[in-house]
Design a protein. Structure first.
Length: 168
């Protein structure tokens, strides 16, 4: 995967919102009902909530040589992974793992050792490859629709361990 990672900016939010919604509409039917897909995609709009989702975390954007956004991921100062999204046509090429590892490494450099994330059935394997384990399954509403959510957690000791490849 030949892509550049750079910090997300406020100017990126509309494109990231579109990528988020497109991902939900494209991949969602694989494991969600039409109502769940619509609710998930509905969050992907350039709203104050979505802007906070991106900008309140240390979010990084993957772009190709032409400047096209391929994916994004962000983690906050407490170790919560806010986002991990890759364009539907860029999946299974290692980009999600690369974005996640980058965010975890940056957080670890700031002393974060405990990480958590809400995962979907498609992102769960990426988190597991990074060393996360399933902590619990939670039935909860998102955008007014019931979902089963997967709570993933990991602890990475910074001392004596590579933080660029967590879980290995």
């Amino acid at each position: 995967m030949n892509s550049l990672l750079r910090p997300a900016t406020a100017a990126d939010v509309p494109v990231l919102a579109s990528l988020y919604a497109e991902t939900a509409r494209t991949l969602g039917p694989w494991c969600y009902t039409p109502e769940q897909v619509a609710a998930w995609a509905g969050f992907g709009a350039d709203t104050p909530a979505f802007r906070a989702y991106v900008l309140d975390a240390d979010t990084w954007v993957a772009i190709d040589a032409g400047g096209r956004v391929l994916g994004f991921s962000g983690a906050d100062e407490a170790g919560e992974v806010h986002s991990l999204y890759v364009r539907h046509d860029q999946g299974r090429r290692g980009l999600g793992s690369r974005l996640l590892a980058h965010g975890l490494a940056r957080a670890a450099e700031r002393g974060v050792e405990r990480f958590s994330a809400w995962a979907t059935p498609f992102s769960r394997p990426v988190f597991e490859r990074a060393g996360f384990t399933l902590a619990q399954r939670v039935a909860a509403d998102f955008q007014g629709v019931a979902f089963e959510r997967l709570r993933m957690q990991a602890v990475f000791s910074v001392g004596g361990r590579s933080v660029t490849t967590p879980g290995r």
